[in-house]
Write a protein that binds this ligand. Structure first.
Ligand SMILES: NC(=O)c1ccc[n+]([C@@H]2O[C@H](COP(=O)([O-])OP(=O)(O)OC[C@H]3O[C@@H](n4cnc5c(N)ncnc54)[C@H](O)[C@@H]3O)[C@@H](O)[C@H]2O)c1
Ligand SMILES: [Zn+2]
Ligand SMILES: [Zn+2]
Length: 354
């Protein structure tokens, strides 16, 4: 085993700093992973890369970046109970205390322990390195049928979307509107297809992203964001509007469109984070009997269910990755993701780079 490794840090000001650090040793209940794929999330750009804007759970504490890691166990600490060297695993990206009510439900994302809740790539070292330490309890087994790049997508994006879609329920009765076609919006299109959605309509402002959604067959129709969006969506849905809408943009205009373009009795889920929205509750929601859900990441058990479904559906989340970079070019990877002119961007090693 090497003694030192290369790792990426995000000092702010839209920069990436590569440093040489010690390869860590796994402690009790921990494993050492050879990171194979580590993808970049919109949250990394929004809260860390440009400026350290995040607070609390989104506060970046100068650790190794990357909260979407997937890799192979190369060393194991004492006291591990399930996983062993050689196992392929996804890291659920928040390590919780394990004993608060949220942790016991599997939602370590909302762990209430100030001392023990630490997200990988935010408050503890993440996946933008040759190796990383993870707690065994945060690992999800990666099925043989899925690649490490597939797994990295599950660690945050696909897991988050699956949770949101489970909340609103998607089936063949539904036309679905997706506002925001970044990686999270693209993941929504991919999962809605497999859940049987009857028609999928996307909205974005970046032409490259609109094209990717159509080229990958994740949307049936794509609209450029504009003042006529609600009318356009109604026109595409027999005058009614969609039964389900998913906001993956966090933009106030898109959020209002998601609510207004949803038909009576419909359901909307907000996944995009930050920002605001202004609505008129009576006409926009109350009189049309609509429900708006909020959804934050997912639980470990639902993530396990998702990987099982991905195999059954033959759905490969890595299909939305448009660019792969070696670790030493992490700076190019973050800059590309910040430009928005891409699908998902991944930093990869070994077989995932070939
Ligand atoms: N709720 C959660 O648990 C959770 C988890 C992961 C990510 N997120 C959030 O989800 C969002 C999407 O993540 P991503 O990685 O795809 O980020 P992203 O920034 O790449 O995607 C956002 C997309 O919205 C588009 N957009 C901006 N304004 C718009 C408008 N007015 N109308 C339509 N589209 C518009 C952008 O062009 C972009 O393509 C981010 O806000 C991220 O922080 C939330
Ligand atoms: Zn994320
Ligand atoms: Zn907890």
């Amino acid at each position: 085993m090497k003694e030192t490794m290369s790792a990426a840090f995000l000092p702010g000001d839209s920069t990436v700093e590569m440093r040489t650090v010690s390869v860590p040793t796994p402690g009790h209940g921990e494993v050492l992973l050879r990171v194979k794929a580590s993808t970049i999330c919109g949250s990394d750009i929004r809260c860390i890369y440009h400026e350290h804007l995040g607070k609390g759970p989104e506060g970046y504490q100068g650790v190794i970046a990357g909260h979407e890691p997937c890799g192979q166990i190369v060393a194991i600490g004492e006291g591990c109970r399930r996983f062993k060297t050689g196992d392929r695993v996804i890291v659920y990206h928040i390590s919780g205390c394990g004993v608060c009510n949220d942790c016991r439900r599997g939602y370590m994302i909302s762990c209430t322990s100030e001392k023990y809740r630490r997200a990988y790539g935010w408050q503890r070292d993440g996946g933008m390195a040759e190796y990383m330490i993870a707690e065994e309890k945060d690992l999800i087994a990666l099925p043989d049928e899925l690649s490490f790049a597939d797994g990295a997508q599950v660690a945050c994006g696909f897991g988050t979307v699956y949770e949101g879609l489970e909340k609103i329920g998607i089936n063949g009765n539904h036309a679905v509107l997706i506002t925001g076609l970044g990686p999270v919006g693209l993941a929504t299109g991919a999962l809605c297809r497999k859940l049987g959605a009857n028609k999928i309509i996307g909205i974005d402002v970046v032409p490259e992203r609109m094209k990717i959604a159509l080229d990958l067959g994740l949307c049936d129709a794509v609209l450029a964001s504009g003042p006529d969006n609600v009318a356009q969506v109604r026109e595409l849905t027999g005058g009614f509007g969609v039964e389900r809408a998913v906001d993956c943009s966090a933009h106030h205009v898109a959020r209002a469109t998601a609510i207004r373009a949803t038909r009576k009795w419909g359901r909307i889920v907000f996944i995009g984070e930050g920002g605001k929205v202004e609505i008129n509750p009576s006409p926009d929601m109350i009189h049309d009997q609509k429900t708006v859900y909020g959804s934050w990441v997912t639980s470990t058990w639902l993530m396990e269910e998702l990987v099982e479904r991905l195999v059954r559906w033959n759905l490969h989340p890595a299909d939305i990755i448009t660019h792969r970079f070696p670790l030493e070019r992490a700076a190019d990877a973050y800059a590309l993701m910040a430009s928005g002119k891409c699908g998902k961007v991944a930093v990869c090693q070994d077989e995932e780079l070939a």
